[in-house]
Design a protein around this ligand. Sequence first.
Ligand code: IPE
Ligand code: IPE
Ligand code: MG
Ligand code: MG
Length: 305
Amino acid sequence: MRRKTKTKRRRLPSELMQVQESLAAKKRLIESELKRLLLRDASPLSRVMRYAVLPGGKRFRPLLLLSSGACFGVPPRPLLPFACAIELIHNYSLVHDDLPSMDNDDFRRGKLTCHRAFGEDLAILAGDGLLTLAFEVMTGADVPADALPRKQEAIWTISRSAGVRGLIGGQVLDITLKPREITRPKIDELILKKTGALIAAAVEVGAILGRARPAERRAILDYGKNVGLAFQVRDDILDSHGTKKTGHRERPDYVAFAGREKAGKRLLDLVRSAVDSLRPFSSRAEELRWLAVSLLEPEREAVRA
Ligand code: IPE
Ligand code: IPE
Ligand code: MG
Ligand code: MG
């Protein structure tokens, strides 16, 4: 892809503040809707489910979805069920990812992992509960009759991204690929499935519900794939600096594969490509641009450390 532009407009601090404020408002909306959904669930397991989701992480995927929708003029409210569903799926995947038979991690988001706090049996069931709730929330989304085909396509997109050809397939590669079998296409495939699929689905759903034209949809998907790859490369870089720890050191890891320096360069390239993909949207994509560039921040910190 050709990059570089002659007319690179400098963004004013006030514009950047507006983007940050808008993202913060979206995050507050996501938090309160997740809380509402999890309080509404009255099962005895709901305490464990709440522990897994609240207070949460960055909410990166639902923010991507709402910001993608904003590119096409869709306000946050009608997008919320899909954004929260993706976050619920993400949280279920983390609960299961941390289990002793998977990554065997004791801590997540600064507290004990779900199975360490409540036992493996309840952690598995809480993960199942979150995944199932996601489908209840999406299918229950109230949309006007003429939007039903788009709702169906959004649910299909999210389901496929979470399934065997997406997140679950990626997790299978994660536990089966031996370090010596890892090549660049293999590790990219793994990342695109385990982490990229849900991230790409988040931005794609914004485009679907925003009635994007085919070329816009391709551009958004290109952005999503680059951000998905960048996200995991960044996570592996953070891991390599000891910010995080996993019980299974043998798992495929971009830094172990390429080395820290090349991983840092790849991250930069991926973020650049993601930002390039947003060119057709000009100023409508400021939030998506910001979210992609924000992936470089911890890298800078890590490099300084
Ligand atoms: C962690 O995801 C797992 C990966 C796919 C790398 P996040 O970094 O989005 O975790 P939270 O939700 O912010 O805690
Ligand atoms: C988690 O990947 C990906 C999914 C849960 C699908 P990692 O195992 O690399 O992420 P962390 O380091 O546990 O957050
Ligand atoms: Mg894992
Ligand atoms: Mg893990």
